[in-house]
Design a protein around this ligand. Structure first.
Ligand SMILES: Cc1ncc(COP(=O)(O)O)c(C=O)c1O
Length: 419
């Protein structure tokens, strides 16, 4: 007899051991999972809006959203419905055929971003790989044999080989050399350093940067600096390539973060919030990059498949209809202001952010803070060792933000005192 669909299988011995270990608050590594992640002693079973529930039925407010992914929160009926409807029709076909829902998503993205065309991938790193390939093509078209891309210190662009070396985190590069060639690193937003690099290296063809560095510690780039970099790119025929994997899709209070600065990039990469949790990445092109990829130049088996595109169109529809960019702007600003007031004092260096991408920098590393926040019923993350990063669903209300801050502030104050 087959099991009824959706019925849970009996837990394995390893799962029983894991539950016992997590009950004791211990770290556990499942014997059949490669231990790339040191997991917190908790397993979520379901969610609703900004709320998550664990195996013991305990409730948490989610200020992490799967690391800026669950833009509509959990179990949003429009998103769940769109996924279910599409799954009943067609999950996947090859990109050898026209895919109507992919066309609809491309049109929607082009309208919202004011970019022209899109290549669909499955993750942020893949979208950035496409961008890096575009930059190299751009260079070769100009007769440059060894094209190079200017990248920023503390940048994060992914974990594939090329994106690992486009990023600036030497800890995660360790053991994976030789380095991928073709990147010139400068301090974040240092326009003079970019000018010096251009003077020294005629092979530079592009600048790649995050408008707000997420993993690097919520580091903002001023609109004025964005404009200066745009002007440098225009004057030197460089592609301006913006990694909006974390900042895109309404996160910062505009559909894309570069829209705060009113610049016109050649390439923009997206992922995270686009599918609301369903994996999808996108590399958008305009201007100098618009005609670089032709037939056969790049490809992906899964990229832009009907299921992922149905999810993403539902996410974008809800973002537009419910003005979630406006909500991110208003609630984000409210949270940052309240946190600044409530956390002013010793141990907290700064509260900064844009929309619902907020960083609280402590003066010292706070390795146990995520765990203490969980004990207080709040899910969040700490990045760059001492920056508490808040990236809740874009649907979060002011009341929910107040609830979260009432629990969060004492945890941060205590970490600031003890660190
Ligand atoms: C700015 C940025 N780019 C790229 C990536 C990589 O995305 P993915 O993990 O989907 O490959 C991330 C992930 O955190 C990111 O924040």
């Amino acid at each position: 007899m087959t099991r009824a669909s959706g019925a849970a299988a009996a837990p394995s011995e390893a799962q029983v051991a894991r539950r016992a270990a997590t009950d004791r608050g211990e770290t556990y590594f499942h014997p059949n999972l490669i231990p790339t992640h040191k997991r917190l002693p908790i397993a979520f079973t379901h969610g609703q809006g900004v709320w998550l529930y664990d195996e013991k039925g305990r409730k948490y407010i989610d200020l992490l959203a799967g690391i800026a992914v669950d833009s509509l929160g959990h179990a949003h009926p429009r998103l769940a419905g769109a996924i279910a409807d599409q799954a009943h029709k067609l999950i996947h076909v090859s990109n050898n055929f026209h895919i109507a829902i992919q066309e609809r998503l491309a049109e929607q993205l082009a309208r919202l971003s004011r970019m022209d065309k899109v290549f669909f991938a499955n993750s942020g790193a893949e979208a950035n790989e496409a961008a890096i390939k575009l930059a190299r093509l751009h260079g070769h078209r100009k007769g440059i044999d060894r094209p190079r891309i200017v990248v920023m210190e503390k940048a994060f662009h992914g974990r594939t080989l090329a994106t690992l070396w486009a990023g600036g985190n030497t800890k995660i590069q360790a053991g994976f050399g030789p380095p991928v060639d073709g990147f010139v690193r400068v301090p974040l937003g240092d326009v003079a350093a970019i000018e010096r690099a251009l003077a020294e290296d005629p092979g530079i063809v592009a600048v790649l940067l995050e408008v707000v560095q997420g993993e690097g510690g919520v580091n903002l780039l001023a609109p004025r600096v964005m404009k200066e970099i745009e002007a440098l790119c225009a004057a030197n025929g460089l592609l301006l390539m913006l990694d909006e994997v974390q900042t895109g899709i309404g996160r910062t209070g505009r559909f894309l973060a570069f829209q705060h600065a009113d610049v016109a990039p050649d390439v923009v990469t997206l992922a995270k919030g686009l599918g609301g949790g369903v994996p999808i990445g996108a590399c958008l092109v305009a201007a100098k990059a618009v005609d670089l990829f032709g037939v056969g130049a790049h490809g992906s088996t899964f990229g832009g498949n009907p299921l992922a595109c149905a999810a993403a169109t539902a996410v974008l529809d809800v973002i537009e209809e419910d003005d979630l960019c406006g909500n991110a702007r208003v609630v984000g600003q409210y949270m940052a202001e309240r946190l600044r007031e409530r956390l002013a004092g010793p141990g907290v260096a700064e509260v900064r952010g844009l929309g619902l991408l907020i960083g609280i920098e402590l003066e010292q590393p706070c390795p146990d803070l995520m765990r203490h926040a969980l004990d207080a019923g709040v899910v969040l993350s700490v990045t760059a060792d001492k920056v508490v990063r808040l990236v809740p669903p874009l649907t979060i209300t002011r009341d929910e933000a107040d609830y979260a801050m009432d629990r969060l502030v004492p945890v941060i104050k205590s970490a600031a005192r003890t660190s």
